[in-house]
Design a protein around this ligand. Sequence first.
Ligand SMILES: Cc1cc2nc3c(=O)[nH]c(=O)nc-3n(C[C@H](O)[C@H](O)[C@H](O)COP(=O)(O)OP(=O)(O)OC[C@H]3O[C@@H](n4cnc5c(N)ncnc54)[C@H](O)[C@@H]3O)c2cc1C
Length: 206
Amino acid sequence: MSNETTASDGERKASVIVVGGGPAGLSAALFTAKNGLETTVFDTDETWMHKAHLFNYLGVGSVGGSEFMATARQQVDDFGVDRRQGEPVTTIEIVDGGFAVETADGIDESDYVVLATGADRKLAEDLGCEFTSTDVVDVGVNMETSVDGVYATGAMIRPEEWQAAIAVGDGAAAALNILSTVRGARFHDFDVPDDAGRVFGEVLAE
Ligand SMILES: Cc1cc2nc3c(=O)[nH]c(=O)nc-3n(C[C@H](O)[C@H](O)[C@H](O)COP(=O)(O)OP(=O)(O)OC[C@H]3O[C@@H](n4cnc5c(N)ncnc54)[C@H](O)[C@@H]3O)c2cc1C
């Protein structure tokens, strides 16, 4: 991988909490974990993907929604995401320089929060994110909300254009913006063919 964001000795890694593990949330988590940020995903597995079958996801001929999710989960797990399946996030508070994210199991803190809870916009509302006149969370192309460090992605930012490919793009855009902010320069996650050997070398050798 060409652009890993690694913390040098003694330097704390930036951390990201993603709320929601559908296509939008897992896409964000893939990019941030793959590039060295400490990444946690909380998910309650009510993704619409369990009702879907994809014929319209470019590059994929035909795949069941649940099967798509199983592959996506394996992919983020392989890149080191701490995926907390079955743990609903109840509240998010802004604390000194970051966020305190509460579940029934306790409180986790992070520098950034990516909201990816489908059409459920409650956490965004509680955090004080601005909404548009069509009552969706107001973001720009980088998925930044009006609250510093909080990103919103997927179904919650669109009145109707609900497609897996769009949600995955939103998650990627949020993650790249976080990575650019952490690094202080525009970040590109560009891999080249030799990276496949490095990443999957042991698997390919088997
Ligand atoms: C019947 C049906 C068919 C569809 N067919 C297609 C299709 O053919 N092609 C296509 O591209 N799209 C299709 N879609 C749409 C597609 O499923 C959505 O666009 C996509 O799932 C949206 O992704 P998302 O990540 O924004 O939200 P979701 O996939 O809804 O994921 C949100 C996740 O957040 C979790 N969550 C919510 N609140 C919390 C919380 N407080 N704490 C922790 N986790 C939380 C939920 O459990 C869920 O797992 C279909 C949808 C439906 C309903």
